[in-house]
Write a protein of this length. Structure first.
Length: 160
């Protein structure tokens, strides 16, 4: 009398697990690079959005550029105003988005107390994990990048 056995042998299961581990070892670094590239593209796009919001704010309220990112954000309730212009979403107005933190510094204060300039720096929240490059923009609306450290007005503009 013959006994019928069903299932996989231990060797077959080990081979399948080994193949899965090899594929994962190849795929995970590529996935991380893709995530970093997406975060960096988002940071550049956010710098463009911030520049556009500043131009809109300055032309809408005729009081120069905003003094904080929160002034460009949505109002808690009620209509938009110069203290909550509704030009940015609440995430970007908070100063962090897609693995990057944004530092906003108003500059060039005139005699009326209005800001005629600003600096925005974008830095990865975890260097090498959420991004590798740093970005900078100001009232010239040129976005500059630096792959090794904090970007400034002296760095080269990024390609479009």
């Amino acid at each position: 009398m013959r006994s019928s056995q069903r299932g996989f042998s231990l060797i077959e299961l080990l081979i399948v697990v080994a193949i899965i581990l090899i594929i994962a070892a190849i795929a995970i670094p590529n996935l991380m690079r893709s995530r970093i590239a997406a975060n960096q593209a988002s940071a550049i796009a956010s710098c463009r959005v911030l520049n556009t919001a500043e131009v809109t704010y300055a032309s809408s309220y005729n009081i120069g550029y905003s003094s904080t990112l929160l002034q460009l954000g949505p109002p808690a309730s009620g209509p938009v105003s110069e203290s909550a212009a509704g030009l940015l979403d609440s995430v970007l107005a908070s100063g962090a988005k897609s693995g990057y933190s944004f530092a906003y510094v108003p500059s060039i204060l005139d005699s009326r107390g209005f800001y005629n300039g600003y600096n925005i720096s974008a830095a990865p929240t975890q260097v090498g994990v959420s991004g590798t490059s740093y970005y900078f923009t100001d009232q010239t609306y040129v976005i500059r990048g630096n792959p090794t450290g904090t970007a400034s007005a002296a760095d080269s503009p990024i390609a479009n």
